[in-house]
Design a protein around this ligand. Sequence first.
Ligand SMILES: N[C@@H](CCC(=O)N[C@@H](CS)C(=O)NCC(=O)O)C(=O)O
Length: 217
Amino acid sequence: MSILYGVPVSPFVRKAMLAHAHKNVPYEMLITMPNSDDEEFRQASPTGKIPAYKTDDGVAFADSSVIVAYLERIDATNSLYPDKASDYALALWFEEWADVSLMEAAGALYFQRVIGPTFFKHETDLKRVDEILTELIPKVLTLLESRITEGNWLVGDDLSVADIAVGSCLINLLHADYQIEQSRWPKLYSYNERFIALPIAQEQIATEKGMIAQANS
Ligand SMILES: N[C@@H](CCC(=O)N[C@@H](CS)C(=O)NCC(=O)O)C(=O)O
């Protein structure tokens, strides 16, 4: 069976887990911290970043986008990539933007409020949180609001890699107790509700909440 290296509370590992769950592809999770010097993990991830992966035929690599693309090639059911070329491009754009820009804002808040205090015993930097809340987050949420169209999901009516990547960032906000203002970002508010209600998201959130509660106890 394939091996996923990482920890579920990492947003990029979460993205890989959500893709496996959506596509019903089984895997074994090997709990691995970023920068672990485990040899097999480093074979897969020379930079030490999580997630990393080893396929059931023994090929190792890292990066959530690579892992999701690999999954699609081994099992095309519940496809995460739209067929139409322009929709495919749009989905990849959302994924890239979420992994970089949305993650920069949502990940910063999640680190300050959850990951730092829970797993590294860092104190929350309230000045930094203020900057994140007043500058970083409104900018990305306003952009996202402007890109949400009529369909159920970000690119049309089917869930795609765009939703898996953006949704992974929205789960950061949920853990960090950030409420999306309905009056300011109405389309995003509804989109977030829809994503969080998905059974795959609910299951992922429950797993992560369990880990966070255990680390805090
Ligand atoms: N582009 C990578 C980013 C992975 C990433 O930055 N992972 C973080 C954990 S959420 C990490 O391992 N950080 C450790 C480091 O940068 O040294 C992906 O999509 O997998």
